[in-house]
Design a protein around this ligand. Structure first.
Ligand code: ZN
Length: 152
């Protein structure tokens, strides 16, 4: 990871950890899932309000965990809000490739936008689960009304 990206990574993690976006319970949510990462102790609840056009109208999270899991969840909510479910799934797929070190194209990288900063976690296998917990949980929430998932 180059110097510029590393600094940006630290900035974004610190910022979203200190001031998480959409950090609340969403009363009107119609999808919900709970995610656990026992390896690190991260626990995240994801609330989603999907409208009749399969668009993610609102998304929020609650929970506790390390700075990476929290900032990843926070950043995720800002990115998928207003997107169609299929688009969110596409982004998740690319994000998963990025953090696990699968080669992705320039165009795919562009689609990830700010999420590109998480590419550094691929060097730390234990951190991959922290970074992807919120995405796995979102995925579970979108597919089912209610369920609990764990990264183990
Ligand atoms: Zn963690």
């Amino acid at each position: 990871m180059d110097q510029e990206l590393r600094e940006l990574y630290q900035q974004v993690i610190l910022d979203h950890n200190k001031t998480p976006r959409n950090f609340k319970k969403l009363e009107e949510a119609n999808h919900f899932a709970e995610g656990f990462n026992p390896l690190c102790g991260d626990h995240i609840d994801i609330y989603v309000l999907v409208d009749e056009n399969n668009m993610i109208k609102e998304v929020s999270f609650q929970g506790s965990g390390c700075a990476i899991s929290k900032s990843s969840a926070s950043l995720m909510t800002t990115i998928v809000k207003g997107k169609k479910i299929e688009e969110a799934e596409e982004i998740f797929d690319k994000f998963q490739k990025l953090v696990t070190g699968v080669e992705i194209s320039e165009a795919e990288m562009e689609q990830l936008g700010k999420l590109a900063i998480f590419q550094g976690v691929k060097e730390f296998p234990a951190r991959v689960k922290c970074a992807s917990l919120a995405w796995h949980t979102l995925n579970a929430a979108l597919k089912n009304e209610e369920q609990s998932i764990t990264t183990e």
